[in-house]
Design a protein. Sequence first.
Length: 276
Amino acid sequence: MIPSFSGFGLGLRTPHYADFFDRDVAVDFLEVISENFMVDGGRPRRILRDIRARYPVALHGVSMSIGSADGIDGLYLNRLRALVDEIEPLFVSDHLSWSRIEGFNSHDLLPLPYTMEALDIVCANIHRAQDALGRAMLIENPSSYLDFASGDMTEWEFLNRVCARTGCGLLLDVNNVFVSASNHGFDPIAYLDGVPHDHVRQVHLAGHSQGEHLLIDTHDRPVPPSVWALYAHILPRLGPVATMIERDDDIPPLGELLAELGTARTIAAGAVRAAA
């Protein structure tokens, strides 16, 4: 089982580098996009080493392609392992999705059918990744914009089976639950109640945008009340967990994100009092 970490963090983004280097910021950890630092030395690795000397760091990937029928790229795993060995991160995570097939990379997080065949592929890929990295991973639930008629189970049932078969942990993205529930018409509370709570080690909170027909997981605005409500619902069901605010576009001054993190702390404190 992956060790727990209780705390509140932010995603490290370029506009805030100076803030984190110039002063002590009231965060318990930072998360970085793994692929941005999977290089041989140079300025990116130096920056990450300096950040790691100040804060615990979680590595969050977007290109492992856990759901690819082609398997996982061995060179990718080698580069990620080198980064893991150097940084010694809190967590290593990636998404329940695929992006690569027969040499083509979509550079997007594409959805999977939740079938037994897909389950076998995903579990084989996670086993290979965890063996290569020398540690268990966290798998994040995706936001999705289409559903497969051929599915054998719900997404939360699929995640339960993945965690049980591979020993991986779960990075629970609450905004993704709300976005997918709105797009596909399922109950987000049923989803949150159905995930394997004992495997959740990290929570993502973010904002979304209304597209022409669907909600889009854009990470370009504050966490909305709908997502805060789901966060308040799930927290009492979890053990110690690392909560993070994601913001990838229209990035505000650091103080605004710290204020949102303060809201997360307040909700978490309320959950602790309610459970006492």
